[in-house]
Design a protein around this ligand. Structure first.
Ligand SMILES: *Cc1c(COP(=O)(O)O)cnc(C)c1O
Length: 359
């Protein structure tokens, strides 16, 4: 068996330890005689899996008691609709457009009400985070929406926007559990887990209880009401049971690693290895304004499309895979999520140095 260094933006690298444990438990989960995949989601044994996962996530993030944790399906993209359907009481919301995912959420919200674009960085190909200290937010906006880490463009909010008292809703798909967060600053934090936590098929929504009501837009399907899932502790219907089990293992792994403070430290060290190299390289260049750089997704270019392609090809042959940039951006992107060891980034940089000397 040989594992590569996987720089995929998502689905992405998972801790090897977690995968090994899951493999060991594949045929017989702790004496049950069956795989977690084969279990009733209403069984006692599964109940303990999902409850433990939730408790560990609450502990890791310091989630207060007045927030619900929901394990849902439909990916982050389904939240683009669920959020306005459930939260747009005044049929108005403010959107900050910092990349494709934020733009998609903004466009989806327009189906349900008035989505107001209060800031954008599209003028410079989303290579920065706009100043959000004094935005013109409509008084009757139900919420302010952000994508906190822009997976495709490699930017991250270092400071949350001044929402002027409005509820903050954040898509954290690609920075989930990468550093500590103050949950109380948000009304809703959500993300697909396939970037930094687990296998595709699970989306986690952390939502303040007062935002969970029956007062949703007319025609909202039962399955798309937060209340449906909150009332049933994510077991209204069959949840993505196996995916939640793997997420639970990753939560345990994070706790063992020292929690989110420690992850932040590691992620900063890891990202610095790559950014420091990019800053002095004569061949490779980062594409993002320095102060807005993501710790998770690092886009870079040579400035020459053919050379980019050559790099991606040779890197792959050397065991560094999925470095090709997003199809809409080109160049390269190294996603260096929690489970990417520092050694992987160091070896990538050594490879980049060699490539620079040779080209
Ligand atoms: C990947 C991603 C999405 C889309 O996730 P799906 O689960 O595929 O719908 C949305 N937002 C961000 C920030 C992402 O990185």
């Amino acid at each position: 068996m040989s594992r590569v260094y996987n720089f995929s933006a998502g689905p992405a690298v998972l801790p090897e330890e977690v995968l090994r444990e899951a493999a060991e438990e594949m045929l017989d989960y702790r004496g049950s005689g069956m795989s977690v995949m084969e279990m009733s989601h209403r069984s006692k044994i599964y109940d303990s899996i999902i409850k433990t996962a939730e408790a560990d996530l609450r502990e890791l993030m310091g989630i207060p008691d007045n927030y619900k944790v929901l394990f849902l399906q439909g990916g982050a993209s389904q939240q683009f609709a669920m959020i306005p359907m459930n939260l747009m009481k005044n049929k108005k919301a403010a959107y900050i457009v910092t990349g494709q995912w934020a733009k998609k959420a903004y466009q989806e919200a327009q189906i349900y009400g008035e989505a107001v674009k209060v800031a954008s960085s599209e003028d410079e190909t989303f290579s920065y985070i706009p100043d959000c200290s004094d935005l013109d937010i409509p008084k009757d906006a139900d919420y302010v929406y952000i994508c906190e880490n822009n997976t495709i463009y490699g930017t991250k909010y270092k400071k949350l926007p001044n929402t002027k008292g409005h509820t903050l809703v954040a898509d954290v798909s690609s920075c989930f559990l990468s550093e500590p967060v103050d949950v109380t600053k948000y009304g809703v934090i959500y993300g697909g887990v396939q970037k930094n936590i687990g296998p595709a098929g699970v989306v986690i929504v952390i939502i303040r209880e007062d935002l969970i009501t029956e007062d949703v837009l007319p025609g909202t399907p039962t399955m798309l009401k937060y209340k449906t899932h909150a009332d049933a502790d994510s077991l209204y219907n069959t949840p993505p049971a196996y995916g939640i089990y793997i997420c639970g293992k990753v939560f345990q792994w994070l706790k063992k690693m020292g929690g989110l403070e420690e992850m932040k430290k590691r992620n900063e060290e890891k990202a610095a290895v790559l950014y420091d190299f990019l800053d002095q390289s004569k061949l490779f260049k980062g594409t993002v304004r320095k102060e807005d750089r993501s710790l998770m997704n690092v886009p870079f270019v040579t400035g020459d499309k053919e050379l980019d392609a050559k790099f991606v090809k040779e890197a792959e042959a050397a065991g560094f895979v999925n470095l090709k940039g997003h199809r809409t951006v080109g160049g390269m992107r190294a996603s260096i999520y929690n489970a990417m060891p520092k050694e992987g980034v160091e070896k990538l940089v050594a490879f980049m140095k060699k490539f620079e000397e040779e080209n």
